[in-house]
Design a protein around this ligand. Structure first.
Ligand code: FES
Length: 160
């Protein structure tokens, strides 16, 4: 029996296992790198829909059916309270709900058709002007946009 007739030894499994692990690791790294590059690109090209309730800096304050003429509601505008008023003549107005005296939260008084501060009996008319009591200044007014059934209020102050 000469040297070339001897059977070859079985291939060692350890180098093959290590090589396949490294191949898998390299493939996984390549996939991770591709995903890290493509995800922001896809997110930019196909942005997720805006959450309901916000529209270009506006906050969904109410549905039109929610407030009859001559009513109002306090709602959160960012981190501060705001008040949305549907005036008896059908106009929508929004103001900061922080009283200009000592920052109590004002409310709409249907019996007086006024914005009223319960802390020291301050009164504001439906344009936000301070008309009686200790408040020294009008309430800052916000912009209101009605789109179909939705009433949006923007955080930008119109005055004040
Ligand atoms: S805090 Fe509103 S009247 Fe004083």
């Amino acid at each position: 029996m000469n040297e070339s007739d001897r059977p070859l030894p079985p291939p060692e499994s350890a180098p093959t296992g290590r090589r396949s692990f490294l191949d898998w690791l390299l493939g996984f790294s390549a996939f991770g790198t591709a995903a890290a590059i493509l995800y922001p690109v896809v997110h930019f090209v196909f942005p997720p829909p805006r959450p309901r309730g916000r529209d270009k800096g506006a906050v969904l304050a109410a549905q039109t059916s929610e407030l009859a003429p001559g009513s109002g509601k306090v709602f959160p505008l960012g981190t501060r309270p705001a008040i949305l008023v549907h005036t008896p003549d059908g106009k929508w107005r929004a103001f900061s709900a922080k009283c200009t005296h000592l920052s109590c939260t004002v409310t709409y008084r249907q019996d007086m058709d006024m914005i009223w501060c319960p802390c020291h009996d301050g009164h504001f008319d439906l344009t936000g002007k301070n008309v009686s009591g200790p408040p020294p200044r009008p309430l800052p007014e916000y912009s209101v946009v009605v789109k179909g059934e939705d009433v949006y209020v923007t955080e930008e102050a119109q005055r004040g």
